[in-house]
Design a protein around this ligand. Structure first.
Ligand code: NAG
Length: 123
């Protein structure tokens, strides 16, 4: 009887572990249509940063993008951005949590360009 209980608890733990893995998952590199959608996300996000009090960056080149399901979705771009005069290597992280839209904090953007202070903005 005790053994049955242990097996039941074990399989329950396994099921939860497998679930958590598929729901949360490791960052995965994007390609094809997912990559195009991610590039659009980057462009529109940089436009919003510029429209706020952030700097104005244009995308020069996207080197790689990964997305990860966390609480919401997290896109991480390795990219080259231009501030109008200089190109910079930057890491851009866009974290979307649509259910926080009513509070006005559904999108968090972090832009870390080489030799620049990090920009961290939320809307
Ligand atoms: C772009 O970045 C360079 C180097 O950090 C800086 O000297 C320049 O003033 C910036 N240009 C604009 C338009 O912000």
């Amino acid at each position: 009887m005790q053994a049955m209980k242990v097996i039941f608890v074990l399989s329950l733990t396994l099921a939860v572990a497998v679930d958590a893995r598929s729901a949360l998952g490791a960052p995965k590199p994007l390609e094809g249509a997912d990559l195009s959608a991610a590039k659009d996300l980057l462009t529109t996000t940089l436009t919003k940063v510029a429209a706020g009090d952030g700097p104005s960056y244009q995308v020069v080149n996207v080197i790689s993008v990964s997305s990860q399901l966390v609480a919401g979705s997290l896109h991480k771009f390795q990219t080259e951005l231009s501030n109008g005069s200089d190109n910079k290597e930057c890491i851009v992280k866009i974290w979307n949590r649509p259910w926080l839209a009513a509070k006005g904090i559904s999108t968090n953007v972090k832009i870390q360009c080489k030799d620049e202070p990090e920009i961290d903005t939320t809307w």
